[in-house]
Every structure is written in structure tokens, then in C-alpha cells.
Design a protein around this ligand. Structure first.
Ligand SMILES: C[S@@+](CC[C@H](N)C(=O)[O-])C[C@H]1O[C@@H](n2cnc3c(N)ncnc32)[C@H](O)[C@@H]1O
Ligand SMILES: C[S@@+](CC[C@H](N)C(=O)[O-])C[C@H]1O[C@@H](n2cnc3c(N)ncnc32)[C@H](O)[C@@H]1O
Lengths: 123, 123
């Protein structure tokens, strides 16, 4: 059987664009994750902010709001996509996570290179 | 043939413990990586600092030196270890990178969950 994203993904921990970057950092640490999908009031995906973006904020001295540092053009996958599609997208765009959405960009989960790496641990 | 770490790993980008955190952040952004192994004057591995640690520094307001925020008890692999050993260690410790060292803890490379994910992309 072909492995599909919904059987491998993790829960997504979303955040809103007007959140302060230091508040986003506290959520990243509290949950032990590196990627926070950004959603609007209708829970539609509008961006992603990662610990890499926070390092960039430190490097440039611009620690403001999530909307100031998030990536807006988000690469995503669908829950029924094969895992190999997720692996190819993350390789192509040099990213380590993909929000999983439905066809209307509502957030369902998150699949990361950590989730894919677990498939190789024989566990 | 069994895949081994040395055929899958990436180059390591090391840093020294007395480097400022904002300087470490600039290196993370410039090289497009998330993990910097920390080495001493004899090039022996003494820690690791990641973009997650920088998010933690932002969350706690402690943006000082690398040695203040780095992890000192580093999980590593050897270049001849099978890839499955690296995958199991990263799963067990909930980490996304392992410095590759020789038996005297000299840095040879870095293997990440991004490297392992590429093995699933059929590429
Ligand atoms: C290009 S990667 C480079 C570093 C490293 N490969 C990583 O994944 O963290 C870092 C950037 O990718 C962005 N990013 C992460 N996941 C993304 C996704 N699914 N779609 C678009 N951009 C994403 C982040 O917002 C960040 O600005
Ligand atoms: C426990 S992980 C949790 C978040 C996420 N799983 C990740 O890998 O970034 C974050 C912590 O792991 C540490 N870390 C990363 N790679 C490590 C390694 N090879 N050995 C020991 N600690 C490591 C970092 O210094 C950071 O403090």
C-alpha cells in the first residue's frame, strides 16, 4: 500500500498574524516544534513562521510581529497525497515542513522531515 | 547494500562557543541551515546550537553568547553507521540533526532529517 500524508502527519499548532514574535517563540519552545502555520480569523492558511524566521529576526534585529517575518507563499499538501509527494516538495523548496490543508486551504495538520525520517527508523 | 551515514550526510558549518548569538543567527541565515555544531580550539565537538535554541533565547530574552544557549550533551553518529541508526537516534531524542564525528569527536559532517527525507523522494 502507498503511504499517504494523513497517516504520517503531526498535529499543526497554528498562530495568528498579529502575535508578537517573542510570543511565537514561547509557543515554539512550549510545544517543542519548529514550524507554526499562520491562520486568519476564518482559519484559512495565510502563512508560515519557523524558528529559522526567528533566527532571521535576531540576525536583522527586527523582532516585531509574526506578520512581519512570516512566509506568505506557503507550499502545502493534501491529506490523501502520497508521502513521496511531500518528500519531493520539501526537497525542491529546501523546506522541512508542509501544512496539510483541504481544498479550501483550511489547516488539517503538518508533515515534517522529522515525520518522514521516522519512516526510515524501522519503528 | 545498506545505506551509511557518510553517503547521505551534508557538510557541517561549525561555530565557536564565544560567538555572539546574533552572529550565529547571521550564519544560520547566510548558509540556509538550522544546526551549527560548536567546536573548541582543537576542533573537538563540545556542543550544538540550533534555530530552536535561538527561538528559546528570544522567548527568555537571553540573547548572549553561543555557549550560554548551546546544548552540551551532543548525540552523534559515526560516518560508517547505517542510516537507520541515525534515524533511530533522532526519533529517540526528538532532534532533527546529528553531528558526524570520528572516534575522537572531531567533526566530519552533519546528517539531518532533511537528508533522510530526501531518501524517500525517489530522487
Ligand atoms: C528556505 S528554508 C531554509 C532553511 C531550512 N531548509 C529549513 O527548512 O528551515 C527557511 C524558510 O522556509 C520557509 N518555509 C518553511 N516551510 C515552508 C512552507 N511549507 N512553505 C513555504 N515556505 C516555508 C520559512 O518560513 C523560512 O523562511
Ligand atoms: C529537543 S529538540 C526539539 C525541537 C525539534 N524536535 C528540533 O529538533 O528542533 C531542540 C533541542 O535539541 C537540541 N539538539 C539538536 N540536535 C542535537 C543533537 N544532535 N544532540 C543533542 N541535542 C541536540 C538543540 O540544541 C535544542 O536545544
Amino acid at each position: 500500500t502507498i503511504r499517504v500524508v494523513k497517516n504520517v502527519m503531526s498535529p499543526a499548532i497554528p498562530i495568528t498574524p498579529d502575535t508578537d514574535v517573542d510570543e511565537a517563540s514561547r509557543l515554539i519552545i512550549k510545544k517543542g516544534v519548529n514550524h507554526l502555520p499562520v491562520i486568519d480569523e476564518e482559519k484559512v492558511l495565510i502563512g508560515i513562521v519557523t524558528s529559522w524566521d526567528i533566527a532571521k529576526a535576531v540576525a536583522t534585529g527586527k523582532i516585531g510581529k509574526v506578520k512581519d517575518i512570516m512566509t506568505r507563499k506557503v507550499i502545502t499538501v493534501l491529506s490523501d497525497d502520497p508521502v513521496v509527494v511531500a518528500a519531493r516538495k520539501m526537497e525542491k523548496y529546501d523546506i522541512s515542513a508542509l501544512p496539510v490543508t483541504d481544498t479550501k486551504k483550511h489547516l488539517i495538520g503538518l508533515i515534517t522531515t522529522e515525520d518522514l525520517s521516522k519512516l526510515l527508523s524501522g519503528g
